[in-house]
Design a protein around this ligand. Sequence first.
Ligand code: UFG
Length: 339
Amino acid sequence: MRVLVTGGAGYIGTHTLLELVAAGHEPFVVDNFENASPRALARVGELIQRPIPHATCDVRDRSTLTEIFEDIRPEAVIHFAGLKAVGESEERPRDYYDVNVAGTLTLLAAMEAVDCARIVFSSSATVYGAPDYLPYDEAHPTRPLSVYAKTKLMAEDILRDWHSAHPQSAVLLLRYFNPVGAHISGRIGEDPQGWPNNLMPFITQVAVGRRDKLMVFGDDYDTPDGTGVRDYIHVVDLARAHVAALTHAEKTPGAEVINIGTGQGYSVLEMIRAFEAATGLEIPHEIAPRREGDIAAMQADVRRAETLLGWRARHGLAEMMASAWGWQSANPQGYTTDN
Ligand code: UFG
């Protein structure tokens, strides 16, 4: 299918482009390149040996977006574009509602203009909030704890209501757990700007010498070793989930919410040890106070992804670690210095 990919130059977007092309789809990227590098798209082009067609456009720019849709006539959309830092969302709520919620509405308007009725949306496990039980299944109540989480849930609601009004449409709301790792080539990977918010890029930046040590946020949680537990998923598995979602959307109208994780939880200390084992490097770390807003543990019930999409994660922790290091060690400053 012709697939328009918003935010396609980002971390998950670039990995998904490779899987889309491998599955025979024709992606077209729309990105404003505010938190992504054109070099990332160039690297994808290099890997598939042809350039990825793209346009520089903000997802809130309705007239340009509609022109692009009229030109490309996509048969499906994958909507990655959005702001994604939990802490920042509390400081800049207007921007988060604007990009993540209003941007989704603009996108739907552009889709309607060309009768495009399939969308795969990049949602987040963070919409669940504090767990009543674990693993979270998709029926778990949603009680978002941050502005970021609220914007993701609002966008989900908008898309669900849009489906009700357009029963022939296919809306797949993928609730990602914690994506880590990189493509095996080491040519694309996660490249956060400034201070990394997330655990994995922090570990790799310590390993490459950009940071002195990792702060472990709390060791007094109710978890086996006291540190936070998350369901880390290899970004290539996550990318493959989008291809599976498109295959489903191609044939089956409906609105579905689907967890995308491995079903397996690892603590911060286990992550550090796994990285050290995979790379032979030592990660200096120190126990620090809990980070505000963090929960002790989260883990996905992944049965729906398997029954509905026929998808499950294939890559284990060692591959997540080795590939994350493959990317970071070959690109110590990310995409800033090209080679
Ligand atoms: N952590 C540290 N030190 C750090 C960074 C993180 O100890 O420097 C710990 C956290 O306290 C937590 C775990 O590592 O226990 C994972 O933290 P991340 O920041 O990597 O991930 P989160 O689970 O907090 O959040 C991420 C994304 C969200 C997304 C969510 C979905 O940042 O956008 O996963 O589960 F919504």
